[in-house]
Design a protein around this ligand. Structure first.
Ligand code: SAM
Length: 405
C-alpha cells in the first residue's frame, strides 16, 4: 500500500482517536497486499474481454508526478502491452476459466484476447483502463485504488456504517456497477452469505482473495447487457462521470432487475458549495469545482448527473423513489462531531490524489498543460485545508423499486 493519507493532525486528538487509522481500515487494501496475481472472469455480456491489469506495470510508490512537459497530445499518451509474470499468471487463469479456449487451434485467438487484456494506457504519468469506456477520466493505478478504499470508509461514516441506505430485505443476486477495487462488493458478500454479488468494472483492479459468493467480471457496462439471469438489487456508487448515456444505463438496470427488485444510486455532485458565503467564486477551491464540471461537460461525462437520477428513475417506470442528500464538509470546519470526522476524511479523500482526480479532465477537457495544472493545485490544496472556508460536497442517494407487476 502506498500513498497513505497523513495521520489526522495532532492538534485534534479526540477526533484522531475516533477515526480508525487508515492502514488497518480497509480489507480490500490488505487483500491487494496479501494476494498474488489477480484472477478474473470475463463477463458473458460481451465478446471482447480486453482489459488492462495495472499490476502489469510497476506501481508508483507515491502519487505519480505529472510530466510537466506533457499536455494531452500524442506525446502524452501511450498504449502499452507489458507481459510480466503477474500478467502471464492472469493469462493462465483465463485459459483455465474458459475451457472452450483450451484447444491448440484456439491458442492464437486466446493470445490475441490476452494481449488486449494486458493493454493499458499511460497518460501524463498515470495509467488508465485500456479496455471498454476509453473516455473514463480517473486513473486505475495504486494511488487511485487507495483513494477508492479510503472513500469506501468515508461513505461508511456517512451512512452510519450501513452498506445500503435502501431497505432491500433479502436478496439473492446483486450487481455492483463499476465495482472499482471491489471493496463494497466484498463487504456486502460477507454480510450476506446467502447472496451472490457480481462486481463489474472495465479495470481489473480487484483482489483475487474474495468471499466465495463474490465474483468479479471485467466488462464495459455502457454496452448492451446480456445477462442470462436477473438481479434483486443493483448498486451503483460514485459512477458519475463514467457513463455518457444515463437514461440507457437506467433502462438496462430496469430490464435486468427482477420485479420488485431495487436500485440504489449514490453519487457526489460537482461543484462544491457553501451555505454561508465563505466560498468566494474567485477562490481556487470554487474554481476547481467549476473547472472539473466544465471539463466533464466538454467530454460528455458531466459530474453533476446525480441531480438527475430521481427524474431518470421516475421516467423509466421505477416506483417508491427516495432521494436523500447528505453533505461531505470539505474539512473539519463543522462544529458537530460526526461532520467533523466526515470532513477529516473528505479532506484526505480529495487531497491525497488531487492530481489524479484532475489531470485527465483538465488536460483532455480544458486543454490545460500539466505544469499550469500543478501550479493551480497548490492553491486548491491549501484552500481545501482552510477551516475558514465552509465548503461541502452534496452526496446524493437515490433508490427505487421496479414494480412487482
Ligand atoms: C469512482 S470509481 C467507483 C468505484 C466503486 N463503485 C466504489 O464506490 O468504490 C468508478 C469505477 O467505474 C468504473 N467504470 C467506468 N466506466 C465504466 C464502464 N463503462 N463499465 C464498467 N465500469 C466502468 C471505473 O473503472 C471505476 O473503477
Amino acid at each position: 500500500m502506498v500513498n497513505k493519507p497523513d495521520p489526522p493532525p495532532a492538534a485534534d486528538p479526540p477526533l484522531a482517536s475516533a477515526s480508525p487509522s487508515p492502514p488497518t481500515s480497509f480489507d480490500a487494501s490488505r487483500s491487494r497486499q496479501e494476494v498474488g496475481p489477480r484472477s478474473h472472469q470475463h463477463s458473458s455480456l460481451h465478446h471482447e474481454p480486453t482489459t488492462a491489469p495495472p499490476s502489469a506495470i510497476a506501481p508508483p510508490d507515491e502519487e505519480p508526478r505529472l510530466d510537466p512537459s506533457d499536455g494531452f497530445d500524442s506525446a502524452g499518451v501511450e498504449e502499452q502491452v507489458v507481459p510480466d509474470s503477474d500478467s502471464l499468471a492472469d493469462f493462465d487463469d483465463f485459459r483455465d476459466y474458459d475451457s472452450a479456449l483450451g484447444d491448440e487451434d484456439d491458442l492464437s485467438s486466446t493470445q490475441s484476447i490476452m494481449s488486449s487484456i494486458m493493454r493499458f494506457r499511460e497518460e501524463n504519468g498515470r495509467t488508465y483502463n485500456g479496455y471498454g469506456n476509453r473516455t473514463y477520466v480517473l486513473p486505475n493505478d495504486e494511488p487511485e485504488m487507495d483513494r477508492l478504499d479510503f472513500q469506501h470508509h468515508l461513505l461508511g461514516l456517512t451512512f452510519d456504517h450501513k452498506l445500503t441506505v435502501c431497505p432491500i430485505g433479502r436478496v439473492h443476486r446483486v450487481l455492483d456497477v463499476g465495482t472499482g477495487t471491489g471493496i463494497w462488493a466484498m463487504d456486502f458478500a460477507e454480510e450476506h452469505p446467502e447472496t451472490t454479488v457480481i462486481g463489474i468494472d472495465v479495470s481489473p483492479i480487484q483482489p483475487s482473495f474474495v468471499p466465495p459468493n463474490c465474483i468479479f467480471e471485467i466488462d464495459d457496462l455502457e454496452k448492451p447487457w446480456n445477462f442470462t439471469y436477473k438481479f434483486d438489487f443493483i448498486h451503483s456508487r460514485m459512477m458519475t462521470g463514467s457513463f455518457q448515456d444515463w437514461p440507457r444505463f437506467v433502462q438496462q438496470c430496469y430490464e435486468n432487475l427482477e420485479p420488485g427488485g431495487h436500485i440504489e444510486m449514490i453519487d457526489v455532485s460537482f461543484p462544491n458549495r457553501s451555505d454561508d458565503h465563505t466560498l468566494p467564486p474567485d477562490s481556487a477551491l470554487q474554481k476547481w469545482g467549476n473547472y472539473m464540471l466544465e471539463a466533464s461537460i466538454n467530454l460528455g461525462c458531466p459530474l453533476n448527473t446525480a441531480e438527475t437520477y430521481r427524474g431518470l428513475l421516475h421516467d423509466q417506470g421505477f416506483v417508491d423513489i427516495e432521494e436523500k442528500v447528505y453533505k461531505w464538509p470539505q474539512n473539519r470546519w463543522p462544529a458537530d462531531k460526526k461532520h467533523k470526522e466526515i470532513g477529516l476524511w473528505t479532506m484526505e479523500n480529495f487531497t491525497s490524489n488531487l492530481s489524479g482526480l484532475s489531470v485527465a479532465l483538465f488536460t483532455r477537457g480544458l486543454g490545460w498543460s500539466t505544469t499550469d495544472l500543478e501550479v493551480f493545485l497548490v492553491d486548491v490544496r491549501r484552500e481545501m485545508k482552510s477551516m475558514k472556508i465552509h465548503s461541502y460536497w452534496p452526496i446524493y442517494v437515490v433508490y427505487a423499486q421496479k414494480p412487482i407487476n
